[in-house]
Design a protein around this ligand. Structure first.
Ligand SMILES: [Zn+2]
Length: 77
């Protein structure tokens, strides 16, 4: 019971940076067209192997195809 209070305290102090650091990026599968939300830090890790200008590609969890960053700016209609 007394442990619970300590946990609450920890949560409160982490809340702030969690909100700020966790950026979700939408990826879209080029094979099955499904989308998946990927945390920004995973993309950072994957982009370490990339050359400048190359897009991060992830494996689709649905069809094991290739996922790329979805273009979530619907400017052209
Ligand atoms: Zn897929």
């Amino acid at each position: 019971m007394s442990n619970r209070k300590e946990l609450d305290k920890k949560d409160k102090s982490q809340e702030g940076w969690l909100d700020e650091e966790l950026v979700i990026v939408e990826f879209e599968c080029i094979d099955c067209k499904k989308t998946d939300d990927v945390p920004d830090y995973i993309i950072d890790e994957c982009s370490l192997d990339l050359k400048k200008g190359e897009e991060v590609e992830l494996e689709c969890p649905f069809c094991h195809g290739t996922m790329i960053k979805a273009k979530n700016a619907p400017s052209d209609e």
